[in-house]
Design a protein around this ligand. Structure first.
Ligand code: PLP
Length: 440
């Protein structure tokens, strides 16, 4: 009973909480930024068909420039590595490499994609690397650095490198949250000195760096807190260990500055209401949490790096941004196939192109390019899979919606294309939206 009282109180607190509503004016301006390029989107759909992924080259180059500029200004000796897992389309990787970035990979498959791009520097991170994956890294020791995830992996890397007669440049990942599921990543910071001692006896592994990564940062505070902890750790290391460290990788996890956009079901109070009152669900929102502009991320992290790390060791800084770079660099185009009522349409494309039931919890405006309007109207926009969870949205921006209309789902670049599935429907083709569009 005590527990029930506790839960009832918690439920009351959650239901009284109100996630902020998205600013409708800002949303309309965001929609307008796509409507102003409407002709280009319609032309590319006529040429390539639908459904279609659009690689938005100008957006990708803009994000690459802005991220690099902000971080290079604050941390002059920085190397950026695009996290391929966020969108592994080879054209995104090669264009970002062309902007001077290296690549961060987390599997043998991603490593192969990265190796196909000539000369790009690569870091290989992630837990549970297999011997064949490590052997592939070792075969390209001239441009791959392995970020070791555990004591066992140190031994396996030594085994792979000694078998090939190579010397492998490496770092070690430090666990930044030692509770719960995040503890699967890296080694506890308290074990660093022991790890470095073990690495001394691995003649084919040259341990010269540290890495940490925290995900989903709406502001830099968590990253700053761990940098500060790292600084303390560096202060405790003997001098010869400090000079051994030539890079510190501060990871990725920068949330795009538009913020996080949510359907009612994506908010804590909405999830609870959905359980208690399913019949009234889905009628409010959209909601959102703000994020931090990238210049402020860079400034705050730059200050922390200077005060906590560069005051103690002379090293380069690595960063592994993924989502921030590719989120706005890919969109999805769809065609309305069927209208089954005033408030329900079915599209040719389906959420297998996204790989998860994203739009039940995340909000993105569905933009009707064929009947443009800056106002959102209610109506279910659903895909063509045989599941009711195939939702694009609960409304659309347009004067109306009819079969044959072309719809745009903007900013679908991060953790969607990489998760796409051959489930019932085939995955869409990709086309490039640039000054001179061409199919890739
Ligand atoms: C080790 C590592 N680095 C970088 C990233 C990229 O993070 P984000 O796309 O949030 O920037 C991830 C994402 O999971 C990661 O696991």
């Amino acid at each position: 009973m005590d527990n029930l009282d506790f839960l009832m109180n918690r439920a009351g607190e959650i239901l009284r909480r109100q996630t902020p509503l998205l600013d409708r004016e800002k949303l309309a301006a965001y929609v307008q930024s796509f409507l102003s390029r409407r002709d280009a989107f319609l032309a590319i759909t006529r040429r390539h068909g639908s459904p279609l992924y659009i690689l938005d080259e100008p957006a990708l180059f803009d994000r690459a420039y802005r991220f690099s500029e902000a971080f290079q200004r604050e941390i002059p000796r920085i190397n950026l590595f695009y996290a391929l897992k966020s969108n592994h389309h080879p054209a995104i990787a090669s264009r970002l490499a062309g902007c001077g970035m290296g690549l961060d990979v987390s599997s043998g498959l991603e490593l192969q994609t990265a190796l196909a791009i000539p000369d790009v520097p690569i870091i290989f991170s992630g837990p549970g690397k297999t011997l064949p994956e490590l052997a592939l890294a070792v075969a390209h020791a001239d441009r791959v650095t392995v970020l070791i995830d555990s004591f066992g992996e140190l031994a396996r890397l030594e085994q792979a490198a000694s078998a090939a007669g190579a010397t492998m440049s490496a770092g070690v990942r430090l666990t930044n949250d030692e509770r719960g599921l995040w503890r699967k990543f890296g080694i506890p910071p308290a074990d660093l000195e022991r790890f470095m001692t073990d690495a001394d006896s691995c003649a084919h592994v040259m341990l010269c760096g540290l890495q940490f990564h925290s995900s989903w940062n709406m502001d830099p505070e968590r990253q700053v807190a761990f940098i500060s902890r790292l600084g303390e750790l560096m202060g405790q290391l003997p001098a010869h260990r400090r000079t051994q460290i030539t890079f510190i990788d501060i990871g990725g996890g920068y949330w795009p500055e538009a913020g996080e956009w949510l359907q009612e079901a994506g908010t804590p109070e909405g999830r609870l209401r959905q359980c208690l009152q399913p019949e009234t669900f889905g009628t409010s929102g959209p909601y959102g949490y703000p994020s931090t502009p990238i210049d402020l991320f860079a400034e705050r992290l730059g200050r922390a790096v200077k005060a906590e790390l560069h005051s103690r060791i002379d090293c380069r800084i690595f960063a592994e941004p993924g989502r921030w770079l590719c989120h706005d660099a890919m969109h999805i185009l769809l065609t309305v196939i069927d209208k089954k009522g005033d408030d329900l349409v079915i599209t040719d494309g389906a959420t297998n192109a996204i790989g998860w039931e994203r739009f039940e919890t995340d909000y993105f405006p569905v933009i009707n390019l064929s009947r443009p309007d800056r106002q959102e109207r209610p109506g279910l926009v659903l895909g063509s899979l045989c599941t009711p969870h195939d939702v694009w949205g609960y409304g659309y921006y347009g004067t109306d919606i009819q079969p044959g209309d072309i719809l745009l789902m903007p900013s679908q670049g991060a953790y969607t294309y990489s998760l796409r599935q051959n489930f019932i429907k085939p995955v869409p083709e990709t086309a490039v939206l640039s000054a001179a569009p061409d199919q890739i």
